[in-house]
Ligand binder design. Structure first.
Ligand SMILES: C[S@@+](CC[C@H](N)C(=O)[O-])C[C@H]1O[C@@H](n2cnc3c(N)ncnc32)[C@H](O)[C@@H]1O
Length: 318
């Protein structure tokens, strides 16, 4: 790929998604776009770029382009300190905050193949078990807050309720946990990753940090894969959302907690600011934003209050 063609791809991808490929990542585009060229019988990168610039083709091809250029690395129980902060600090605070409405809305905004939102759903169910007075041996994370406030609802799925996710195709519903209405919204720009997320079937790599008790409680084994049980799936609603699509993101208003971990690293500062500002607008007052362990809002915004907890930093809307 020539330097000008690389810049052409870089500008297009950035303009549409915020993902920025610096010069030293040219080789990544080189290798990831090869399959798209083959798919369209293009013999050169220039031909494929020209096709992407054609109005009639762009909308059809962009989803496949995003599938090709995104990095979807993820796994269950990633960055445990952050999950401990979520469990021990943020959930108790939000439970107190929302006692009046008994509603809790969590958004995993770059959920990839679903490992993150399903981890959150498992943590919520574990807290419910503690609250229900189960023997609770080896809970995922020790803590209090939801215990007593949220116990597993007897009714299970009660059908579609009002949702911020217009195109949810997970077939799930909001979770009714002990009278609390809990929704884990999960979205990504990659349709391919979302397809895997909706299937909810995982190999050993994704599961390497899941303890044996949790494995047997929340997964079944089918064809050598760990499949998420329906009680976990029903808490999570998947949707395709490009975080650079302001109109779609605006629909996500009223969130209590947003996870956007290990996604902002692919953006430049300007794109990070745009996305983080939109998260601010989506959060309820005193809501929380969790970004990746190695990511920071330094140079991006001062709108959030950083809170150090469990050897990590979480951000609260002030
Ligand atoms: C490395 S994965 C992180 C997954 C998960 N949050 C975690 O920490 O394990 C980054 C994800 O961000 C998604 N992504 C990148 N740009 C995006 C955008 N503009 N809108 C929505 N998702 C995006 C990618 O498709 C990818 O699945």
């Amino acid at each position: 790929m020539s330097a000008p063609t690389f810049v052409g791809f870089r500008n297009l991808i950035y303009e549409k998604s915020g993902i920025y490929f610096p010069d030293n990542k040219k080789y990544v585009l080189d290798s990831r776009l090869a399959s798209r060229l083959a798919e369209h019988n293009c013999t050169t990168f220039e031909e494929y770029l020209a096709l992407l610039k054609t109005d009639a083709w762009r909308d059809k091809e962009l989803p496949a382009l995003f599938n090709a250029v995104t990095t979807n690395e993820t796994f269950f129980f990633r960055d445990l300190p952050q999950l401990q902060a979520f469990n021990d600090l943020i959930l108790p605070a939000m439970i107190k905050e929302n006692q009046g409405t008994k509603r809790l809305k969590i958004w995993s905004a770059a959920c990839s193949t679903g490992d993150e939102p399903f981890t959150l759903a498992i943590l919520l169910l574990e807290r419910g078990r503690e609250g229900a007075g189960s023997s609770g041996k080896e809970p995922a994370l020790a803590g209090s807050g939801l215990a007593g406030a949220m116990t597993p609802g007897a009714g299970g799925c009660k059908g579609e309720k009002e949702s911020v996710l217009a195109d949810s195709r997970a077939g799930g519903c909001n979770g009714d946990l002990g009278g609390w209405n809990v929704e884990v919204a999960a979205s990504d720009i990659s349709e391919a990753a979302l397809g895997s997320a909706r299937r909810g079937a995982y190999g050993p790599y994704a599961m390497r940090h899941v303890s044996p008790p949790l494995l047997s409680r929340y997964f079944t084994m089918e064809d050598g894969l760990h499949c998420v049980k329906p009680e976990v799936k029903r808490l999570v609603r998947f949707a395709h959302i490009n975080l650079f699509d302001s109109a779609r993101v605006k629909l996500m208003k009223g969130m209590d907690i947003i996870f956007c971990r290990n996604c902002l690293i692919y953006f430049d500062d300007k794109a990070k600011k745009r996305v983080v500002d939109s998260f601010y607008d989506c959060l309820n007052p005193r809501g929380y934003l969790l970004i990746g362990f190695s990511e920071s809002l330094h140079n991006v915004t001062r709108a959030f209050h950083p809170i150090s907890s469990h050897k990590t930093v979480v951000y609260q809307k002030v």
